[in-house]
Design a protein. Sequence first.
Length: 223
Amino acid sequence: MSNGKLIILEGIDGSGKSTNYKMLCDNMSREGVNFHNIVFPRYDNESSALIRMYLNGKFGSHPDDVNAYTASVFFAADRFASYKEDWEELYKNGTLILADRYTTSNVVHQGAKLPKSALPEFFDWLYDLEFKKMCLPVPDLVIYLDVDLELSLSRMARRQEDTNTSADIHEKDKEYLQKCIDTAKFACEYLGWEVVKSRNDDGSERPLSDINNEILQLVKTSL
């Protein structure tokens, strides 16, 4: 039996990724599609211990206190553990895997720590680490939810108020978030990701239903 497909929904904090991912999974379930869903990082798993320490500021209060290569290994290890423990056999037996974040998050969030001229080398190193050295599956489709800084910050503020939570070291740093947006734009072009915009051409915010329908059509086209 051939491998299944791996489809990634990616976006920075406040992009609406988690909401759209849940809606996508609900839609696929209603249509009777056989799939397995996975969300990264797995904060409730032992393999995410270094991630939690990093995001909670144990290694420094600024994202740059841990360089892009070191931090990438934290997240890659969690993905490897997830693959071996949870979905390797499903994937190898032909199951569709829908993931909320993946290696693509290292591309965006760790690549943002580097100058643009260093990104191709970093992307090559990252893909070699996760897809060749660690033997994780290569995504068949990456859908990136494009969002600007203003909308990202307003959505995060609402979420933190609604859930009574505080921002991690990524979410607190506006300059870093803008670098993530810029890095993601470059990655979409360089790595061939599909882009779903959060705003209409006139600058108004797109309805959630429109965005999710576009995501659903991209997924169906790839199957």
